[in-house]
Write a new protein. Sequence first.
Length: 167
Amino acid sequence: MQSALDMPIIGTVQTPERLPSYEPDDRPAYADNEGLYAAAERLTWISGLVLMLSSFTDWYAGSGDGFTIAVIGWHTGISGKLIFFAGLAVLVIVALREAGVELPAAVPESLIVIVIGSVATIIALFRTFSIPDDFLPADGRGIGLWITLLSAIGVIVAGLLRAAEEL
């Protein structure tokens, strides 16, 4: 007589000869590097790079008493440094995505890009309308300040395009 331990509870099961293999794809189905998604990706990193580098361009320019002065964004105080680090943060987000690191689903990447672009736009607008008293001979706005403002708006547009694709 067989004991209860010798009897198999589950019978043998025959496995199929070949199991279907699925390759995991890090990107959504619409991310075929064509169309709006590719434009949003490209615009994100280009705008982030220009935003980061724009803190080293002239934000204020002017002349007085026979000399010309130009002040780069980095030397305007905390605002120039915040612009630099905002652009760097956008580039880090793009680099992490390319490396395969994904943010949690509760915090979409497009939302973070939009927030960074909005903060950079507010800072650039503030610096557009408010020239620090320390740079009084430099009473005009330089081309770098306008580049900063346009690239910050570009970061917002890139985030909105990515959000539109995610919906």
